[in-house]
Design a protein around this ligand. Structure first.
Ligand SMILES: *Cc1c(COP(=O)(O)O)cnc(C)c1O
Length: 228
């Protein structure tokens, strides 16, 4: 199993490097997060053995359980990338290195209130690139308002912007819009220069449009087990 995993990881990293070089970017400026949702902690263990340090999870309970199982590793960085209920904010903050999916002031407030004087938590604003308001992410119109609010919360460090490409649009077009939203974000928060975008099927397009953090699941982990 590890050898298949190892070759998928190596292949993904090669594709990341060539996509970066194709647009004159340094591959070292890109963080590859392996999304391990639905997979057991043992997979994270195998990934760690292969040198992976950035992993992504989209559910608080699963995140908390895996961090508990793997607490011996103090060098893993856990990225929370899922929709979060406000009441889960405390549990997320307790273990996450970064939260990519902050899409409303209430969630930012809850993450801050969970540990207002603690070590700063890195957060990214998730924007909704679709026309469907039920999708995760703040509407592009409200980006600056949310970012300005987050900047008032001292225990949160606003690092950038995150999005998922819509299914019904070419990813390159969506990521081009994201790049311009990222520019708008930097106008109000100059240090927020991260762009979290790109999944298994669209990471090359994301790299071409400036992504700094890729969230790659199945291309590296193999097919996800089905949820019962
Ligand atoms: C699951 C997930 C990913 C990874 O998806 P793959 O298609 O398996 O690469 C990336 N981002 C988010 C927000 C996810 O939920």
């Amino acid at each position: 199993m590890t050898s298949a995993l190892q070759s998928r990881l190596a292949e993904a990293d090669e594709r990341i490097a060539s996509a970066a070089r194709a647009v004159g970017r340094d591959p070292a400026s890109i963080t590859r997060i392996v999304v391990t949702k639905f997979h057991p902690a043992a997979l994270v263990d195998s990934l760690h053995e292969l040198g992976v340090r950035d992993v992504g999870e989209n559910r608080q309970q699963e995140l908390t359980e895996k961090v508990g199982e793997l607490h011996a590793y103090d060098d893993l960085r856990w990225h929370f990338i899922g929709q979060a209920q406000t009441k889960k904010a405390r549990a997320i903050r307790a273990v996450a290195t970064a939260v990519h999916s902050v899409d409303r002031a209430k969630l930012a407030d809850a993450l801050h209130a969970a540990d207002p004087h603690g070590p700063a938590l890195d957060v990214l604003v998730q924007v909704n690139l679709t026309d469907d308001p039920h999708r995760g992410g703040v509407a592009p119109d409200a980006l600056e308002t949310l970012a300005t609010h987050i900047l008032t919360l001292e225990s949160l460090r606003l690092r950038g912007i995150m999005a998922v490409a819509p299914l019904d649009e070419a990813p390159g077009a969506a990521f081009a819009r994201l790049a311009s939203l990222a520019e708008r974000l930097r106008a109000v928060a100059p240090d927020a220069d991260q762009i979290s975008a790109g999944m298994s099927h669209d990471f090359a397009e994301a790299i071409a449009h400036g992504a700094t953090h890729l969230r790659i699941g199945s291309a590296i982990t193999g097919e996800r087990p089905h949820r019962g």
